[in-house]
Design a protein around this ligand. Structure first.
Ligand SMILES: *[C@@H]1O[C@H](CO)[C@@H](O)[C@H](O)[C@H]1NC(C)=O
Ligand SMILES: *[C@@H]1O[C@H](CO)[C@@H](O)[C@H](O)[C@H]1NC(C)=O
Ligand SMILES: *[C@@H]1O[C@H](CO)[C@@H](O)[C@H](O)[C@H]1NC(C)=O
Ligand SMILES: *[C@@H]1O[C@H](CO)[C@@H](O)[C@H](O)[C@H]1NC(C)=O
Ligand SMILES: *[C@@H]1O[C@H](CO)[C@@H](O)[C@H](O)[C@H]1NC(C)=O
Ligand SMILES: *[C@@H]1O[C@H](CO)[C@@H](O)[C@H](O)[C@H]1NC(C)=O
Ligand SMILES: *[C@@H]1O[C@H](CO)[C@@H](O)[C@H](O)[C@H]1NC(C)=O
Ligand SMILES: *[C@@H]1O[C@H](CO)[C@@H](O)[C@H](O)[C@H]1NC(C)=O
Length: 466
């Protein structure tokens, strides 16, 4: 069945599907699926794509980020990046003699605004000239070992830095196509096996309509990809709050954020419902796992059936909505065990966090879907992708509720360097935390817990990991 699905959404590689040839086609379809895989990375460190900058081209990897608009690249040595763009070696680099910086919730980068030619070999798009920020200084921006050295912002000009006149890569591509809006698709596949890396697909789409059937949600405002979240359910229990609270101050779809971030009041209700649903199943779990994203370890791999599905309802039209259903494999992530010392432990983290800046539908929500960002129809469309966690999408459902009540009425903030407070990825693992946590919890384990628990359990919450 998996093969049949592959054929369905990757029709181009499966032009004919006679019954007898299905097996053969599937054999053909699988390598072609691997061919289009052009996003790489490690869980918690974002998805990156290869880019060639300047002439002669210098090759880098950049994070694919729907939560910002600038193209920015390391342009000075830094202990956390393996190489950097040297603009004096590019004949096509033009400096705008302008400073640019972006402040994130936990870090920032600053540098010089210029322009150069860019080419993304895996995308088969033409070479285009766009503005690039050459990063000279940064704090808490790069991630050591992540293999990316910059960021490709795919959002709207309104949130570009230092101002909206910056020509982003998507804009430049659009100018080349007679100013027709560009549509693109992301399929984030998550990780398989030991969870040490993940893959995905990034595609620039032609004018033709999508083959796969999509559930579309209107883009409420064109700055971030802002959507309207109408409801949240944990298993069969709904979060009983006014829907405006879900979208205060906004709900955005952001491939540059790992977790599902929820406004604090919403987060507290979600945690309560998760807790009651899990304790009903008598799984031992700590408040720190739920509230503070501390790692939790079991001797046996997690039994996913003890954890509920989470459903998110998104607006479809003025009178209807559809539902994204996430299995626990989406929102609970295995912490990579690439350390010998972890031994036989299976450690997990909850990827739902509280937020002071509204809802962020991050990577954990996007994985498993094919998501089409259609800037000309001002919609974001969702379909099940052949890869990733076993998510689902249902709909449309009619509603008589007045959806306008769910929109946060505050106008678009005045975008300045400070208010953008864009989003950074939150690393899933901190090796330091893992090590300290393990040694301590191993001791606890041997001393106390082993005798008391039928199910093996330990946790790192006793030390402050990261
Ligand atoms: C980055 O990681 C490498 C290899 O893991 C390590 O040798 C190096 O010291 C790290 N650099 C920093 C600044 O942490
Ligand atoms: C950039 O390249 C030039 C010429 O190869 C070299 O002189 C310069 O030191 C390089 N800049 C940095 C920051 O490494
Ligand atoms: C596209 O838009 C830009 C800026 O708005 C304008 O300068 C350019 O002439 C337009 N190109 C075409 C082909 O219409
Ligand atoms: C990590 O976990 C996988 C799956 O349980 C196992 O096959 C692999 O040997 C583990 N790796 C290490 C270094 O412990
Ligand atoms: C984007 O939306 C427009 C207008 O609805 C449609 O014509 C176009 O085919 C869509 N593009 C894709 C790639 O689906
Ligand atoms: C909701 O789910 C719980 C646990 O999964 C179950 O015990 C309960 O019967 C369900 N309630 C309804 C109304 O389906
Ligand atoms: C989870 O439920 C347990 C038992 O009902 C309770 O003691 C604990 O405080 C709850 N934790 C949270 C975060 O609600
Ligand atoms: C979650 O959804 C899947 C697919 O719809 C379903 O098979 C599974 O039983 C659900 N899990 C729970 C705990 O309800």
């Amino acid at each position: 069945m998996h093969c049949a699905e592959v054929c369905k959404s990757h029709r181009r590689s499966c032009p004919i599907q006679p019954h007898l040839l299905l097996t053969l086609l599937c054999i053909l379809a699988v390598p072609s699926l691997e061919l289009v895989t052009n996003l790489m990375g490690r869980p918690g460190e974002g998805y990156y794509i290869e880019v060639k900058i300047g002439s002669p081209p210098q090759t880098f990897n950049v994070l694919v980020d729907t939560g910002s608009t600038n193209f920015a690249i390391a342009a000075a040595p830094d202990p956390n990046v393996e190489n950097f763009f040297n603009s004096s070696n590019s004949n096509t680099y033009v400096s705008h003699h302008k400073k640019v910086s972006v402040l994130y919730t936990q870090g920032f980068w600053g540098g010089e605004l210029g322009s150069d030619v860019l080419n993304f070999p895996p995308l088969f798009t033409p070479l285009v000239r766009c503005d690039i920020a050459a990063i000279k200084t940064s704090h808490n921006f790069y991630m050591n070992g992540s293999h990316w050295q910059g960021i490709l912002g795919l959002a709207y000009p309104v949130i570009a830095q230092p101002d909206r006149n910056v020509v982003s890569w998507l804009e430049a591509l659009q100018h080349l196509k007679n100013n027709q809006s560009v549509a693109f698709a992301l399929e984030l596949c998550g990780s398989e096996g030991d969870g040490s890396k993940h893959t995905g697909v990034f595609e620039i789409l032609g004018n033709g309509n999508e083959g796969a059937e999509l559930w579309t949600s209107p883009i409420v405002r064109e700055w971030f990809y802002e959507l309207l979240l109408l409801g949240i359910s944990i298993g069969n229990k709904t979060v009983d709050l006014s829907c405006r609270k879900f979208n205060t101050d906004k709900t955005i779809l952001d491939s540059g954020t790992t977790s599902l971030m929820l406004p604090t009041e919403v987060f507290n209700v979600v945690v309560k419902l998760l807790n009651s649903s899990i304790t009903q199943q008598s799984v031992p779990i700590s408040d720190d796992f739920l509230m503070l994203q501390k790692m939790f370890c079991w001797k046996d791999p997690l039994d996913w059936t003890h954890f509920p599905n989470i459903s998110l309802s998104l607006a479809h039209s003025d009178t209807s909505y559809f539902v994204l259903q996430l299995p626990p494999q989406s929102y609970i992530k295995r912490v990579s065990n690439n350390s010998e010392v972890l031994g036989l432990q299976n450690c997990y983290k909850l990827c739902i966090k509280s937020s002071k800046t509204g809802t962020v539908l991050g990577v954990v929500v996007m994985e498993g879907f094919r998501i089409v960002f259609n800037r000309s129809s001002k919609t974001v469309g969702f379909a099940k992708s052949p890869c990733g966690p076993a998510v689902d999408v249902f709909g449309p459902f009619k509603t008589k509720r007045d959806m306008k009540r769910c929109v946060n009425p505050t106008p678009l903030p005045n975008i300045s360097a400070l208010t953008v407070a864009a989003y950074v990825i939150a690393a899933l693992t901190s090796m330091y935390g893992v090590l300290v946590g393990y040694i301590l919890c191993h001791w606890l384990w041997e001393t106390y817990i082993k005798q008391k628990m039928t199910r093996s359990m330990s946790e790192t919450s006793i030390v402050s990991s990261n």
